[in-house]
Design a protein. Structure first.
Length: 684
């Protein structure tokens, strides 16, 4: 009888939760405002709908969460107000940082996702940890799913409080920061809560753990009442002034320079924005992390400059990994930017456009250049989206275009299935440069399948030798010959296959899951369709209940080296020929909810006919709320026999001192012997 009563109780509870989440999905308009103090004592919080019934996501994705979160939301045509109350089992809280715009994965936090166009293409990400520290970013569609970038920034407000076991979040997000269609009036919304103390994630709209929490295909649809078509506040102006002092110690030469800058954003409508930058200053951008590169090709670094980040997926998602016709970091790479204009956003809920124009200055090494990009994205149906683009880089003399140019035109077709298990992409593009008109095409087709515990993918791409993208990122197209000291452009074809199988242990006391198989293969053919390289990757891992992990990685490569490769940088390049080499790596990652976190791995094997031994250690010690310290050290010992041997060291220290969640002092110290680079960056 007791079991029957329990069953009836849970049935009624589930029915009530379903009603709360699915029948009243509305963000009402209320001509009210609130004082952000974490108290939630305004009358409006008593009358707006409540959303609860959060599901488990990690460490298990089965059932409803034991610790529930209650969310309320409304707008007043200027701000969208959100309150969230997490019913914890303890009054204690734990955070990893008080620095803005870092991952909230290691803190107690509340997270919001708003797909303001409800097209499952891109969205806004807002997060607040339990001590009031903010993070925001953009979610962008990628070929295999979605990507989260913390580089985008908005100005919004939040306040947190702890009342007994309740963690309270009160938030105000200005509508002018969001790109929405007032006529369409539906947002895709997802809320989730992170409790680092018990290493759990809980989520409003249930998502299987094989998908990321920010997968926009799983958002809950919310009708937004009375969205304003025009915003009261439409301008955002950011002036800056930089003083740069340099002193050459050897010559005692001193130089001081001054640089005023101006950034303006204007909301043409609720869904279309115009950005302008004049004499931009990018000195506030954090330095790139140093890496040890033992491949023959360039390494990709992400864009961090805010001007290029608004609606950045429109511009950066025009190709695929390692074959992308637009890589914004090329702009201003060799000379300073004079000005830039960007128009981006939605013309309708299914039509997005992007137009970018940037002018760079002339210097001793390069002439003045103009960079232009046009992008149009159209949702053809629920399953298909297409993108057309044109890119132009051209030398200019004042306001006059000169003949030296490089252009790329192309289109993409993206597919997503109704059951959310299949994704597909097709890419086609051509480049045009002066006196080059053949072998200038890029074609790619890929497919991905994903269900709980199993996913696989396959793709094929062909890049012809004259597919020249001077504003793009195509590293494998360019082969540096260290013997003849020249670069050879050579087309190639690549096939890729990958598969992963993971088994979950819901009832085990010690093991959370075991990744039984994670295999990928990349095979490359040269222009004559002769085999050039095969790379195999094999990995398995055991994830324990605290989400610590023990793993191995096996890599094996077959390489037909056609051009000399100076791997050690000592002037003794590896000669052409066929090489077969591989490595085995063993590693361990500690649980993320510890005050002291660490990761380490060791790797040993062969490398182009020689030997390679690698070790890496990462440590992180949290002295919150005062400081956060992290140290990474990597060593690569390479012995190429008669060609020489060397040991590359890479060390990186990050120190963060927190005065409050608005003011912190961050220092980066990096040392890279491969590049003979030592840099220190300190920002208050």
């Amino acid at each position: 009888m007791y079991k029957l009563q329990t069953l009836i109780y849970w049935l009624f509870f589930l029915l009530s939760v379903h009603q709360v989440v699915s029948q009243n999905n509305v963000i009402p308009f209320k001509k009210e405002t609130v004082t952000l103090d974490g108290q939630l004592d305004e009358e409006v919080w008593k009358i707006v709908p409540e959303y609860t019934g959060f599901s488990n996501y990690m460490p298990t994705d089965k059932g409803l969460a034991e610790n529930q979160t209650s969310v309320k939301i409304f707008h007043n045509k200027n701000y969208m107000f959100i309150s969230a109350v997490y019913n914890d089992t303890t009054e204690k809280t734990q955070v990893s940082t008080l620095k803005r715009d870092v991952s909230i994965a290691f803190s107690d936090a509340f997270i919001m996702i708003f797909d303001t166009q409800n097209q499952e293409q891109n969205a806004y990400f807002f997060a607040v940890n339990s001590l009031g520290n903010q993070s925001d970013g953009l979610i962008e569609r990628r070929k295999e799913g979605y990507n989260l970038s913390f580089s985008w920034n908005a100005v919004w407000k939040s306040k947190t409080a702890i009342q007994g076991n309740k963690k309270i979040y009160e938030i105000a997000i200005p509508l002018k920061a969001l790109n929405y269609d007032a006529k369409q009036g539906v947002f895709g919304v997802q809320f989730y809560t992170r409790d680092i103390k018990n290493n759990s994630w809980t989520i409003l709209k249930r998502v299987d753990r094989n998908y990321p929490t920010f997968d926009l295909r799983f958002t809950e649809k919310f009708k937004v009442d009375s969205l304003p078509a025009k915003l009261v506040s439409r301008f955002s102006v950011t002036p800056s002034f930089t003083v740069n002092y340099q002193e050459e110690l050897k010559t005692n030469h001193k130089n001081t320079s001054y640089k005023p800058s101006l950034d303006v954003q204007y909301n043409l409508s609720s869904s279309l924005k115009l950005d302008a930058t004049l004499n931009p200053d990018f000195s506030q951008i954090e330095v790139d992390q140093q890496v040890t590169n033992l491949t023959r090709f360039s390494v990709f670094f992400p864009e961090r400059r805010n001007f290029f980040l608004e609606n950045s997926d429109l511009f950066s998602n025009l190709g695929v990994d390692e074959v992308n016709p637009f890589y914004s970091r090329r702009i201003g790479e060799k000379s300073t930017i004079q000005f830039g204009l960007k128009l981006s956003g939605n013309l309708t809920s299914k039509t997005r456009i992007g137009a970018l124009n940037v002018q760079t200055s002339e210097n001793e090494k390069v002439s003045a250049q103009n960079f232009g990009v046009l992008v149009a994205e159209q949702q053809l149906s629920k399953n298909f989206t297409t993108t057309l683009f044109a890119i132009n880089k051209q030398e200019v003399d004042g306001f006059k275009f000169v003949a030296d140019y490089n252009r790329v035109i192309g289109g993409n077709l993206n597919y997503k299935s109704n059951n959310k298990k299949w994704l597909g992409v097709f890419n086609y593009a051509k480049s045009f440069s002066e006196n080059i008109s053949d072998k200038n095409t890029f074609v790619n087709a890929g497919i991905w399948y994903n269900r709980r515990g199993l996913n696989w993918n396959a793709s094929i791409k062909n890049v012809e030798k004259n597919y020249i993208t001077e504003v793009g990122f195509t590293p494998r197209l360019y082969n540096y010959d260290a013997v003849h000291q020249n670069s050879v452009r050579e087309g190639y074809m690549q096939t890729t296959f990958g598969a992963q199988y993971e088994k979950f242990y819901e009832h085990s006391k010690s093991i959370n899951s075991i990744r039984l198989l994670n295999y990928s293969n990349d095979t490359y053919y040269d222009e004559d369709k002769k085999l050039n390289q095969i790379s195999h990757y094999l990995n398995s891992a055991v994830f324990f209940k605290d989400l610590s992990a023990l793993y191995y990685i096996f890599n094996y490569n077959y390489v037909h080296l056609k051009y000399g490769f100076d791997a050690l940088g000592n002037g003794h390049p590896i000669q052409t020929g066929i090489y077969k080499y591989g490595t085995i790596k063993l590693g361990y990652n500690s649980a993320n909810n510890q005050q002291f976190r660490y990761q380490f791995n060791v790797q040993k094997g062969t490398y182009y006919g020689g030997k390679r031994t690698t070790g890496e250690v990462y440590t992180n010690y949290q002295l919150l709320p005062f400081a956060n310290l992290a140290l990474t050290y990597q060593v690569n010992k390479i012995d190429l026999n008669e060609l020489g041997k060397d040991t590359f060291h890479l060390a990186r220290f990050t120190g963060e001192l927190f005065f409050n969640n608005q003011l912190n002092w961050t220092t980066y110290v990096q040392y890279n012997t491969q590049r003979n680079a030592f840099n220190v960056s300190s920002r208050l």
